[in-house]
Design a protein around this ligand. Structure first.
Ligand code: CTP
Length: 128
């Protein structure tokens, strides 16, 4: 069984997130989605997250693509998760191109093209 993992905040869940999750799931048989905790986002400077972690987890669950949802809560957790869950593929959007190459020591790293023209940041700007 090929196990895939991906991570994100998934605030104000939108089509770009749904496309990313669908394509990540298509890379293997079992998809684990790491949703950032509220405190982890604050610590990394993401201060304006609208949905709390429970709301964001519920939104990801509702897409139907995640076989398992975990919480990302600390720096360095990705390596621990890849080893703990015996992950074959780490997938993430192309806005992170190159940033996670260091994980290729532990599993395959795949950058998926982002959906153009939509982001949580844009939705928040449009709401203002
Ligand atoms: N993503 C994507 N296409 C988009 C927006 C996001 O493929 N248009 C992907 C990201 O590359 C990441 C995952 O969705 O792999 C979660 O992204 P996240 O940072 O939660 O969403 P953004 O909309 O990019 O949020 P922000 O604008 O706050 O950075």
């Amino acid at each position: 069984m090929r196990k895939v993992i991906t991570y994100g905040t998934y605030d104000l869940l939108h089509e770009g997130h749904i496309n990313l999750l669908r394509r990540a799931k298509e890379l293997g048989d079992y998809l684990i989605v790491g949703v950032t905790s509220d405190s982890f986002d604050k610590d990394r400077g993401k201060l304006n997250v609208r949905n709390n972690v429970l709301e964001r987890v519920a939104a990801v669950r509702k897409t139907g693509y995640a076989d398992e949802i975990i919480i990302e809560d600390y720096v360095g957790q990705k390596i621990d998760d890849i080893q703990r869950y015996d992950i074959d593929i780490f997938a993430i959007g192309s806005d992170w191109e190159g940033k996670f190459d260091y994980l290729s020591e532990y599993c395959e790293v795949v950058y998926l093209d982002r959906t153009e023209g939509i982001s949580t940041t844009k939705i928040k700007t449009d709401l203002q």
